[in-house]
Design a protein around this ligand. Structure first.
Ligand code: HEM
Length: 393
């Protein structure tokens, strides 16, 4: 016999934005499948369940028609498609993310960007690395990877935030949509100019690969792909970097370890995205009646897979709420799992683990987080520190 979905109406959006992890800990223990009216979705908080749902696209579709994403992106994007339609659009960008391109092109370009951006940081002063380094570094790297180098860092950051705010505008407010609509006009105009350039100067970027493909996808979908990457490729490496630095700089033994042996940078990265997942949740819609943990999930019901909670599951991790560089197993689903697994995973590891973190510790070996208690953590769907005041010495 299957049971009806239990409801938890004590959870508020404000609580989720402030500290979702306390709530997920309780849900994992007491109600791992729970309808939460504040988000209008059924939350899945156990790692086995979030993985099982995302790995089974035949039963759980990515097309959640009730999200504001289509309105915000002015398109039905690859993230909300399944099967061949999804594979076709994802495949169109794939050449830019290929390991050979990462090795032969992006590593060199990203290294130069990192050197330039770290060189302009003032020595001896307290600097907010969120705005002074993490965001612009992610923006410049992404502008190159996508083939829209003429976009400024400020434009990239504004577009990214506008798309994210629009996609998260569940209340249907006018202002976030008006802001993102204006951003679309600027983005489309710039993409059209850059596309003309790529038709004569073929290169390794995503836009070049899509514009010069033998059977190109529709212009609307080329634009949508670039916008998905803008929405997903700036805030996430930015938040991951700030989270990792916070984790390291609040533990003297962690700092000693990374300075002693750079192999620890990879561990610091995996532990950082496990500890605070930059993208915390995703939605999937049941294609037919099914059940999870004996609870009936009716056809067309939308479940929210909480990858943030999966990385804190006590069945896998001891003391999950602690950032611990030496944790033996840092298993997480912070890049997703299944067909929509993050396309930028390898690029993100390269840009932070291989390039930026070693460079930063080399240039400022004694940097310190001046007042860890002043760091403000924020976010439900996307999460990270809003500031990172570091004395650069
Ligand atoms: C630490 C950094 C990052 C994290 C934690 C992250 C996380 C994620 C997650 C969780 C998803 C899956 C969403 C779902 O299942 O519905 C995703 C998808 C995606 N990510 Fe990332 N991401 C990161 C960086 C990047 C970067 C740098 C790029 C681009 C250069 C990127 C491009 C994409 C794209 C295109 C998708 C959609 C894939 C698809 O639907 O097939 N991501 N990302």
């Amino acid at each position: 016999m299957t049971l009806a979905i239990p409801t938890d109406d004590t959870i508020t959006m404000d609580d989720l934005v402030r500290d979702p992890y306390r709530i997920y800990r309780r849900l994992r223990a007491e109600m791992p499948v729970a309808f939460v009216p504040a988000v209008g979705r059924t939350m899945l908080t156990k790692a086995a369940d979030t993985k099982a749902v995302k790995d089974n696209p035949a039963l759980f579709s990515s097309d959640d028609p009730n999200t504001p994403m289509k309105r915000a992106f002015q398109a039905h994007t690859l993230m909300r498609k399944d099967g061949d339609a999804h594979a076709r659009e994802r495949g169109a960008m794939a050449p830019a993310f290929a390991p050979r391109n990462i090795r032969d092109h992006w590593t060199g370009i990203y290294t130069q960007i990192a050197k330039d951006y770290v060189a302009r940081l003032p020595r001896g002063e307290v600097v907010d690395l969120f705005g002074a380094l993490a965001a612009p570094y992610a923006a410049r790297c992404l502008a190159n990877l996508l083939g829209i180098e003429s976009a400024t860092d400020d434009q990239m950051i504004h577009w990214s935030q506008s798309l994210i705010n629009g996609a998260g505008n569940f209340g249907g407010l006018d202002e976030p949509f008006a802001i993102v609509d204006a951003a679309h006009e600027d983005m489309n105009a710039l993409f059209d100019r850059e596309t003309q350039r790529h038709l004569t100067e073929q290169g390794p970027s995503a836009l070049s690969a899509m514009a010069n493909a033998e059977n190109p996808i529709e212009t609307s979908q080329i634009r949508a792909n670039v916008k998905i990457a803008i929405g997903g490729g700036i805030n996430e490496p930015r938040d991951a970097l700030c989270t990792i630095l916070y984790g390291l700089l609040t533990h003297a033994d962690h700092v000693a370890a990374v300075k002693e042996d750079p192999k620890w940078f990879l561990e610091a990265f995996e532990e950082g995205v496990r500890w605070v997942a930059p993208i915390q949740v995703s939605s999937r819609r049941a294609i037919q009646d099914t059940e999870i943990r004996g609870i009936a999930i009716p056809k067309d019901h939308v479940v929210m897979t909480i990858q943030a909670s999966a990385g804190h599951d006590e069945e896998i991790h001891d003391n999950p709420e602690r950032y611990d560089l030496f944790r033996p197993k840092k298993t997480h689903q912070s890049f997703g799992t299944g067909p929509h697994f993050c396309q930028g995973t390898h690029v993100s590891r390269m840009m932070l683990v291989q390039i930026l973190l070693p460079l930063l510790f080399d240039r400022f070996p004694n940097m310190e987080l001046v007042t860890p208690d002043d760091v403000v953590w924020h976010g439900f769907a996307f999460r990270g520190p809003l500031n990172l005041p570091v004395r650069l010495t």
